[in-house]
Ligand binder design. Structure first.
Ligand code: GUN
Length: 290
């Protein structure tokens, strides 16, 4: 039976460490690190995310600046707000909650964020910095996955890693991070031929495709470490109920692998903890402390 990687406990510990860092920063700088979150429109899931981010930010001792704008906000007004936040010395990190309402140019808004405040790691500047080994910000989900892997395995050098999924926010930055750790990296995706065979060669598997329980136990190498980024809502056994499952078939995988993250309670809780981590890092860099 596999070890369960407890992302919830790791995230709680990381948040505690960030809170200590925040206290040190505030004593030195005479101000708190500040995170600005911009929410446009009324998307219910986004409202929940933004509320959770606000609570976590305040909980870590940081300043939370929330900007809620109506769904009919113009591109011009949104870009003006981003410019204002870029120029605001009290703001260390900026996050524009996605998706934006229809009619707004998401890419143009993201690219307008100052890369030194891009705590989501979504700008092309951040992606380029990661790719070329320059200091920058790494998207929170892949950063959280890397922390869990290093905690479990220590040195990752020479390990074979297969990432399933090639998104800009998970698959691609995850590949760059693992390459930086001297892994031999494969990015698999929907057109990959004989995916089970590709996955079977991996010491590390990161599944980020958004397909419920796609990766089966017999695809996985004995003793492998599996990070499941998937969060899929599916019908539960009980009539009318739903449950969350990952991209990995947990029941069969946990018979084979050495360690695996559960869903929920694995990667999910790491994302906000890493957002706080990046915001503290941004504050320390901006004040010349790091
Ligand atoms: N929407 C869902 N997740 C995220 C995230 O991590 N960052 C942003 N900006 N929007 C999101």
């Amino acid at each position: 039976m596999a070890d369960i990687i407890d992302g919830k406990a790791f995230a709680a510990d990381l948040r505690g460490k960030v809170a200590e860092g925040v206290a040190e920063f505030s004593a030195k700088a005479g101000r708190k690190p500040g995170l600005a979150v911009v929410l446009v429109g009324e998307d219910p899931a986004s409202q929940v995310y933004v509320r959770n981010k606000h609570k976590a930010t305040v909980g870590a001792g940081m300043e939370s600046f929330e900007h809620r704008l109506p769904a009919d906000t113009s591109q011009e007004d949104l870009l003006a707000l981003v410019a204002q936040l870029n120029a605001d010395p009290a703001v260390d990190g900026i996050l524009v909650q996605l998706p934006l309402p229809e009619g707004l140019d998401e890419n143009a808004v993201i690219q307008a964020i100052d890369p030194d405040k891009d705590v989501d790691g979504f700008t092309t500047a951040s992606a380029g910095r990661l790719m070329t080994g320059l200091p920058g910000f790494v998207a929170c989900t892949p950063l959280g996955c890397l922390m869990l892997l290093k905690d479990r395995l220590g040195d990752l050098s020479g390990k074979t890693a297969v990432i399933i999924g090639r998104s800009n926010i998970v698959g691609k930055p995850m590949a760059q991070l693992l390459l930086r750790e001297s892994c031999t990296v494969t990015i698999a995706h929907s057109r990959t031929k004989d995916l089970p065979e590709v996955v079977r060669g991996a010491d590390i598997v990161v599944a980020a495709v958004g397909r419920p329980e796609m990766v089966k136990g017999d695809w996985l190498k004995t003793g492998a470490t599996v990070i499941d980024v998937g969060i899929n809502r599916v019908p539960a056994a009980e009539e009318g109920k739903t449950k969350l499952v990952g991209d990995v078939d947990f029941a069969s995988a946990s018979e084979t692998v050495g360690a695996i993250t559960p869903v929920p309670g694995g990667v999910g809780p790491m994302t906000i903890a890493c957002l706080l981590y990046n915001t503290l890092e941004a504050a320390n860099r901006r004040e010349g402390f790091a």
